[in-house]
Design a protein around this ligand. Sequence first.
Ligand code: URP
Ligand code: ZN
Length: 459
Amino acid sequence: MTADRVIARGTVARPDGAEPADVVIAGGRIVDIVEPGAGRGAEIIEARDLLVLPGGVDAHVHFLIGFMGQRSVYDFHSGTVAALRGGNTSVIDFALQRRGRSMMDGLKHRRVQADRHVACDYGLHLIATDVNATTLAEVPALVAAGAATFKVYTVYEKEQLKVEDGPLHDLMRALGKAGGTIGLHAENASLIDHAIARHLAAGETAPRFHASSRPALAETEAVSRGLLLAEDAGCPLHIFHLNSAPALALIEAAQARGQRASAETCIHYLALTAERYDGADGHLFVMSPPLRDPATQARMWDGVARGSLGAVTSDDASYSAEAKALGAASFDRIANGVPGVEARLPVMYTLGVEQGRLTLPQFVEAWSAGPARLFGLGAEKGRIVPGADADLVVIDPHARRRMAVDSHYGAIGYNPYEGMELAGWPVATLLRGEVVVRDGAFLGRAGQGRFLVRHGPPR
Ligand code: URP
Ligand code: ZN
């Protein structure tokens, strides 16, 4: 068989090491890894002096989202093009169950919004907002349909997202039986609402009060509760966007006891700290949980290096600078979230590998292999081995670029990483063997991404 393509003479980086090799691709899959220069195929992509990584798996993005009265800049097309430009070949977005409606309708509706538009492969976590006997009966079918992870919010009642502990526990039991995983946005609503009310009553409306109203305690309590409920229910637990040292210690202790518990942190927590809230543009950095102090940041890097944080995600939520400014007069009205799907690679590579916080294999694990395994994609995604999808990104570890407002694909009007000098930019992104981005230019088409049917962890 003649191979379609060979990525030649690059350094192939995997979670178990890095070595010079040729990656041989045919029929959308990796078919062989051979000595540098030994690969034969119709097209040779020269990768001397470059790194070859598994395509990124960003397991937490919010494209085409409306939240707190604002809409994201990215829809499923532009968001997935941005993802590919950032070296990601798979993303996991969210399907929202609206209160009073079926969960399955939420999944079907989201697939209609996405399927014909996506440029990279994508999966969906199901956001459950209304848990009752009827909707619980849908859980096995949802897991079978590939939405094996659910997200539950323990906050945001005003946005009609919050689920109380009783129904959450029921959902965990149903998911545990069906072979799914519960994921939590874990913050204590009562502590936070109380603190917000106190700040507002005192006229304290600046962005910095967003951080003080959502302390690590609020996160830690909700993680602790989630662990207890999930363990009792026999359900694997994942904590989304974790940014609290005591909460991470709880996750690590649970993992050491053998509880099926995982967590992710996000690039903004690894790159930015709470002093950002004090700037004139502090409103741009409002997300939940909030940015914290340098010690918390160092602990998050430590968790990524140890692997207790199994993934680093972007939690991409691309509200424009204008949209964020609409709420700037009072911190509780600022649309929560920051963009990052395109920044994840250079931020992780530069601050992680180049600055010595992660080894190259640890970086590959958190970038791609870890999230692929955690979220049921481990056979085909996140691996550079024969038989896996040829989802690859070739990066230049030496080229440096300064992040600017217009570094991302979308007209978002700000960039949380503006001014940072970063390395590790993608030169080419391959989706199932096809070069879909070359030097930042999108060469693919809408709808080329596939829906990823994800199954739960082995039982
Ligand atoms: O502030 C955040 N994280 N915004 C996005 C929505 C979510 O909670 O994931
Ligand atoms: Zn969340």
